[in-house]
Design a protein around this ligand. Sequence first.
Ligand code: ZN
Ligand code: CA
Length: 269
Amino acid sequence: QIMKVQAEPRVIPVVVHVLHNGTSIGVEANISDAQILSQIRVLNEDFRRKNADAIRTPAEFLPVAADANIEFVLAKQDPNGLPTNGIIRKQGPKTVYGPEDATIIGQTSQWNPEEYLNVWVVPLVSPYLGYATFPTSNLPGLNFAPSAAIRDGVTVDYLFFGTGAGTAANTNGRTATHEVGHWLNLRHIWGDATCGNDLVSDTPSHNAANYGCPSFPHYSTCSSTPVEMTMNYMDYTYDACMYMFTLDQKSRMQATFGSGGGRNSFAQP
Ligand code: ZN
Ligand code: CA
């Protein structure tokens, strides 16, 4: 065993399954390679705190703002060891999907979820932008279907995947950042309850989800009335108004790679 002085970034192989409605590449849900690459870029910026808007972090949150030290790369080898660009395109079984379709989506296209982060890009029914599975199935109080291997991964509506051409206005790729946070065991910052517990000690208590772009400081009315961290990726604010994870969120995500952790299969030698 080699002792490492500084931890190497955790590198997660990603396969993007584009489930479209028979259009050609770049049209409607059959999004372009460029749009997919823009999403991978955003994930790498956000999980390494290389996002340009990190400079907007309020001074009082700077001490806990974290480089999560996780990187993402489109898979270069498929499950058979053959070269791939990490992008699968298939005409899907439905024209539009909801969270209840996660099993159908996984059955249509999935690679071993212990080796790849499966990302499905589909047309989602409003109001859903995306959803994800947690690394374990026994977390209480969550509004998500329990994890099962066939559903394990992250699903994002094609209009909210990546940034730039092909995406909805003001979409900066943060839907996937938020959903990958769930995939790595992060809960919503408000703990899915009034003044709920997100199991992260350096995030303040939030009354509830925040939407839009709250002005700073936005005070919680929870115990000790902290300033809410509305710019955390695990809130529900606009993409342009979220730009940080915290150190304890990083610890919670990194713990999934440890012995007994739900993403231990992604641990590297
Ligand atoms: Zn969420
Ligand atoms: Ca907290």
